[in-house]
Design a protein around this ligand. Sequence first.
Ligand SMILES: [Zn+2]
Length: 84
Amino acid sequence: MTMVRLLWLLLIAFLVYKLIQSLRHLSGRRAAKADHRGGQGEELVRDPHCGAYFPQSEGVSAVIDGEKHHFCGPECRDKFLHKK
Ligand SMILES: [Zn+2]
């Protein structure tokens, strides 16, 4: 009798584990999808300093030599400006 009970416990534990895994998998996929679309389907721009891609509205922009550049943050903008 105790052996059967143990098997049931193992089965339930396994099912709970599987359920948690599938839930994690679903939320992970949703986050990845949102990332790929860049939030609201916005166009992604590339930071010329660190090479990161991000939605245009999330970064900062600077006009250098008459050309507009987009950076992921003020740190990258400043570093890019100092490098010039
Ligand atoms: Zn950057």
